[in-house]
Design a protein around this ligand. Structure first.
Ligand code: C2E
Ligand code: CA
Ligand code: CA
Length: 274
């Protein structure tokens, strides 16, 4: 117990200055259409490198930042950086794709969130439908009234909202009807055992079928093998994310791996037309 507390204090003492010292950056992981393998978007994932601690995983520091309130400022950094990045890719490659950004429940309670997002979209001249915010069930459970208000306000400005990690926690089906989600992300916990668990296969199948009935986009997380890709494709899941298609990488690497190709294909096509 004492060791855990000591470690937490040590992390926290470095976390306080991390933003000021520019120790955060974003990695981007592709979201891929399962049938054509076309790029449809990217998820922004936060990275922290501290000179003393080295790389610290988000699982280790996000909850700390939520507890001490820093997550609001860190979340602003993530939103600004992600929106600036997708806007610059859009100008450079003219390739329509969406940027998914994780929003912590604490950020979601911040009344300035929608205004902040709207201002960034204006500042970077980004079409709102190119941005999608990912929230987890925790948000919905804390305060249904507030959650509905914020989700509806985001929809009004044209930003997409997805329900992340579906299938963990309470996974209440009523949430899917009650809130205006655009996308449902199936937690990678189900996908990991598709090969050897009939129960997980049935659950994944049922979630995909239900999401489609509700007209939601479905993204399966944690696709690592061709077999998993084939299974979700067969079941009608539009989109996948996982090491099979690409790991989270810095912006330059993402562009080289996933965008240079599409742009040269588009340029060739444009040249052919000319
Ligand atoms: P998440 O939102 O579910 O993000 C997906 C996580 O799965 C990422 O871990 C990603 O690296 C990992 N992943 C992707 N494909 C695969 C795969 O094929 N196999 C396996 N085993 N893992 C895969 P990461 O980057 O360590 O992030 C962990 C969590 O931290 C995220 O889970 C998210 O909840 C949180 N997080 C990350 N960035 C942010 C952020 O900017 N804000 C907030 N509030 N939370 C964040
Ligand atoms: Ca996510
Ligand atoms: Ca997830």
């Amino acid at each position: 117990m004492q060791l855990v507390l000591d470690e937490r204090c040590r992390l926290e003492s470095h976390l306080v200055d991390a933003l000021k010292n520019s120790e955060f950056s974003l990695h981007f992981q592709p979201l891929i259409a399962t049938d054509s393998r076309r790029l449809i978007g990217a998820e922004a994932l936060l990275r922290w490198f501290n000179p003393v601690l080295g790389h610290v995983r988000p699982d280790q520091f996000i909850s700390l930042a939520e507890r001490n309130g820093q997550i609001v400022d860190i979340g602003h950094f993530v939103l600004r950086t992600a929106i600036e990045q997708i806007s610059s890719w859009y100008r450079l490659y003219n390739y329509p794709m969406r940027m998914a950004v994780n929003i912590s429940p604490v950020q979601f309670r911040d009344t300035g969130l929608v205004r902040y997002v709207a201002d960034l979209l204006t500042e970077f001249e980004l079409p709102p439908n190119m941005l999608e915010l990912e929230i987890t069930e925790g948000v919905l459970m804390q305060d249904e009234y507030q959650a509905t208000r914020v989700i509806n306000a985001l929809k009004r400005i044209g930003v997409g909202v997805s329900l992340d990690d579906f299938g963990t926690g309470y996974a209440s089906l009523s949430y899917l009807q009650k809130y205006a989600f655009d996308t449902l992300k199936i937690d990678r916990g189900f996908i990991a055992h598709l090969d050897n668990s009939e129960q997980d296969r049935e659950l994944a199948r049922a979630i995909i079928a239900m999401a489609r009935k509700l007209n939601l986009n479905v993204i399966a997380e944690g696709i690592e093998t061709q077999e998993q890709n084939d299974f979700i494709l067969e079941e009608g899941c539009d989109c996948g994310q996982g090491y099979l298609y690409g790991r989270p990488v810095p912006a330059l690497e993402f562009a080289a791996a996933h965008l240079e190709g599409v742009s040269s294909v588009m340029n060739n096509a444009q040249m052919a037309i000319a």
